[in-house]
Design a protein around this ligand. Structure first.
Ligand SMILES: C[S@@+](CC[C@H](N)C(=O)[O-])C[C@H]1O[C@@H](n2cnc3c(N)ncnc32)[C@H](O)[C@@H]1O
Length: 296
């Protein structure tokens, strides 16, 4: 598939599927998140990490691939900015974002890889789970574009998944074990009617027959992405956004098995070793800091 076909496919997917509400304020896209109460505190704290690296105030915060700005934490990133500039190729995303942000938002349908803004236009930039939808070879250009429109002395924060997490790989046995255990427990202790209902729901989450569940997405591994940054001389730092994948959370974290406590421990470790968990966990938080201009 060529670049423009990929872009059209991604746009159509989000217009027609990803940004359709499945219940009040919840989009189909949220299937990729763990929304269970047991994980809520951990996920909230991970979302709030983004804010630490951004300038606290400014005129314009760019949200590249904003979607509908779907989680309440996202709104806080621009609360002390004059405007949040939401950029997306999906018009549905931006219509939904406008419902949430109103006149605080400015809405531009365009491609992250070809931003129509002058250089150094933004005091802060976020791009969350969006760059992986750009054709693989074009992703370094998208980072460069974000760097171009960032003001000197300011930071951009980008969150994406790695294509390979050594930590998640090492813990795969636990995920599989817990999956099996919960299957057995369900069969033994849950009434047949509840089991059937659950299978219907999870079956429809895994493989709906009528609609596509995902679209084009390609992820880099840490080494390759860092090599690209070095090649383009873009100063990049890698921290942790969240080291645990959604699949792992769903399999291993449960309220009856000290789930909240385990997640507090994981969070503390991530805080202590952000570099290690950033490179080896599932989702890095990438910070591009543009150096101050030298005055002569
Ligand atoms: C997984 S969603 C993430 C949305 C939001 N940032 C979030 O974290 O909830 C990806 C978003 O990026 C948008 N997108 C994908 N490719 C894009 C591109 N080349 N330029 C602009 N937006 C793009 C999609 O339309 C979609 O709204």
């Amino acid at each position: 598939m060529d670049k423009s076909a990929i872009k059209n496919q991604v746009r159509e997917f989000y217009d027609q599927v990803g940004w359709q509400q499945v219940s009040e304020g919840v989009y189909q896209n949220a299937r990729y998140e763990d929304l269970r109460p047991v994980s809520q505190e951990y996920i909230h704290k991970c979302h709030m990490r983004v804010k630490r690296f951004l300038a606290a105030t400014g005129d314009f915060l760019l949200d590249a691939g904003s979607g509908p700005v779907q989680y309440p934490e996202y709104i806080t990133y621009s609360q002390d900015y004059r405007f949040r500039v939401c950029v997306d190729i999906s018009i549905t995303a931006l219509e939904e974002a406008r419902q949430r942000l109103g006149v605080h938002g400015l809405y531009v349908v365009c491609d992250i890889a070809h931003l129509p803004f002058k250089s150094e236009a933004f005091d802060g930039i976020v791009s969350l789970h969006a760059i992986h939808h750009i054709p693989y070879e074009g992703q370094p250009d998208a980072y460069l574009n974000l760097f171009r429109v960032l003001q000197a002395g300011k930071s951009a924060v980008i969150v994406n998944a790695w294509n390979y997490s050594s930590l998640m790989k090492r813990l795969k046995w636990l995920e599989k074990f817990m999956d099996r255990l919960s299957g057995i427990t369900r069969r033994l202790f849950q009434p047949k009617t509840q089991q059937a209902a659950l299978e219907r729901t999870s079956g429809s989450l895994r493989s709906p027959k009528t609609q596509p569940t995902g679209t084009y997405a390609q992820h880099y591994d840490a080494e390759t992405l860092l090599a690209e940054f070095a090649r383009f001389q873009v100063p990049a730092e890698i921290y942790t956004w969240r080291s645990l994948s959604v699949r792992f959370l769903r399999a291993v974290i449960h309220p009856g098995l000290a789930g909240r406590g385990l997640l507090r421990l994981v969070y503390r470790l991530e805080e202590k070793y952000p570099g290690y968990f950033g490179r080896n966990g599932q989702y890095p938080l990438i910070v591009l800091r543009k150096p101050e201009q030298e005055t002569s």
